[in-house]
Write a protein that binds this ligand. Structure first.
Ligand code: PHE
Length: 490
């Protein structure tokens, strides 16, 4: 059967941008910027984007498009003993999607609760989130039972994802026409609301005020690199899978620049939205800004809802905000599922796409139940830490070595230049062969030392061991598969 195709280049770009743009832009980027020296953080961020993110995204687009296969098939085509790199990438992505969709389930529940006045969390958004929504237990050791409303919400999000991916790129292509522009429009609405509020400018000033002294810490650099990986959806096998549905003469370098620039602009805008509204909250409650800024789940589910509840027309903006989160997240979530589906479909001559999707979605839903227990948030935090700081980085190292040294950076660059308007210089080879793997190795070691010195989040050893498993299992299965694996059933 002929390989499926995106119906146009625009649709492919929408899908790729949709995968890149997600919660990472909205809650990770603004917070990291604020934490690491404001405007000064843009320096390591842009450097990491240029020397690591962009070259790797070019690599992933080129590989998938040239070899016309998903992650596993592409690495096997480089060398039959390398398929494990793709498999490890897919497994990392699968682990991420299991908890990423749980975060979307929180958003959905919040969305449903937003249709009332006054908002139910007005006054105490913190106990609302941790108590009423999560029903969190007092420690990672006590499971506290399954949270039924969250379970239903999780199920609903998965059903939606299933019907988006069930016909492969044909159905995905239709959906991204809506789910990619929608959050951008919503962000613009929130931006206008944000910057017209009293106090917004002090928030924005705090967000961007550069503290160049921060550039001297190593942490800012490692934070920038891991943010780049996460935000561009690198090393999950997604971009390889998506590009494999292009015709093999599409402008790879051009596609990369468009994706990278859109993603960066959206991150910056998201920062303006978040900080203008936090500035308003600080001004109207006369609580200093430093004490309202938080990263991660607390920003989106405690601080921001609190700020929204202070606005005139609060429920309207709460609805818009949670719709933004859901529409931002959904493309990232189904891209992760699609990466796995593509790799599995590649094994068959006539893949039954909807059956494969059913299997992947069903398994991810079942595993997600762990994260809707009372201890769910703790597990989510642990798994997120280990997958994003280790598994991805390890995949990135092997990916760049496999292409740079085994396949040949020059060979892939020749292909890229044969299809791209803007030609890639030799710097790309240097980046893929040396800069990317070496930087990632340094990153891995620094992170490892940090984790050994101070166990992450003060969790008990057995809980952290589960985190380590999310690193070790994909790596071992990947290695095992490299040694023995055969993928095709054709
Ligand atoms: N890039 C997405 C974001 O910024 C997250 C994501 C990571 C999506 C990995 C897919 C794969 O939120």
């Amino acid at each position: 059967m002929a390989r499926e195709r995106w119906s146009s280049r625009t649709i492919f770009l929408f899908a790729a941008i949709g995968s890149a743009v997600g919660l990472g832009n909205f809650w990770r980027f603004p917070f990291l910027t604020y934490k690491f020296g404001g405007g000064a953080f843009l320096v390591p961020y842009l450097i990491a984007l240029l020397v690591i993110g962009t070259p790797l995204l070019i690599l992933e687009f080129a590989l998938g498009q040239k070899l016309q296969r998903g992650a596993v098939g592409s690495f096997r085509a480089i060398n039959s003993k390398l398929g494990g790199i793709g498999l490890a990438a897919i497994m990392a992505g699968f682990i991420v999607v299991v908890y990423y969709v749980v975060i979307m389930a929180w958003s959905l529940l919040f969305l449903v609760k937003s249709f009332q006045f006054p908002l139910p969390w007005a006054g105490d958004s913190e106990s609302y989130f941790f108590g009423s929504i999560l029903n969190i237990s007092d420690s990672v050791g006590s499971f506290g039972g399954i949270n039924i409303p969250l379970l239903i919400s999780l199920f609903a999000v998965w059903v939606a994802i299933y019907f988006i991916v069930w016909k492969g790129v044909k159905s995905v292509g239709k959906v991204v026409m809506i789910t990619v522009p929608l959050p951008i429009i919503l962000l613009i609405v929130l931006l206008i609301r944000g910057i017209t509020l009293p106090g917004s400018f002090s928030g924005i000033a705090a967000y961007l005020r550069p503290d160049f002294g921060a550039l001297l810490s190593t942490e800012i650099w490692t934070a920038a690199v891991s943010q780049i990986f996460f935000t561009l959806s690198l090393a999950f096998g997604i971009m390889i899978a998506y590009a494999s549905y292009n015709k093999n003469n599409q402008d790879v370098a051009g596609d990369t620049y468009i994706t990278v620039i859109s993603n960066t602009l959206i991150s910056l805008v998201a920062g303006f939205v978040v900080f203008s509204i936090l500035g308003y909250m600080a001004a109207s409650t006369s609580v200093p800004l430093e004490s309202v800024v938080e990263g991660g789940p607390s920003l989106a589910f405690v601080v921001f809802p609190q700020a929204l509840s202070l606005l005139p027309w609060a429920p309207l903006f709460a609805v818009l905000f949670f719709l933004t989160l859901l529409s931002l997240g959904i493309d990232s979530a189904f891209s992760l599922v699609e990466a796995a589906n593509t790799a599995i479909s590649d094994r068959y001559k006539n893949p039954n796409t909807s059956k494969i999707a059913f299997f992947v979605v069903g398994l991810a839903f079942l595993l997600g139940i762990l994260f809707v227990t009372g201890a769910g948030l703790y597990f989510l935090d642990i798994v997120d830490h280990f997958v994003t700081n280790y598994t991805l980085v390890i995949v990135g190292i092997f990916e760049s070595i496999a292409v740079g040294w085994v396949y040949g950076a020059d060979r892939l660059r020749e292909y890229i230049n044969s299809v791209s308007k803007i030609k890639l210089g030799r710097w790309w080879n240097v980046s893929i062969k040396y800069v990317v793997p070496l930087t990632l190795i340094v990153l891995l070691i620094t992170q490892f030392v940090r984790d050994i010195v101070t166990p992450y989040g003060g969790y008990p050893g057995w809980a952290l061991a589960i985190g380590w498993l999310t690193v070790i299992v994909p790596v071992i299965i990947g290695i095992f598969f490299c040694l023995t694996g055969s993928w095709n059933k054709k």
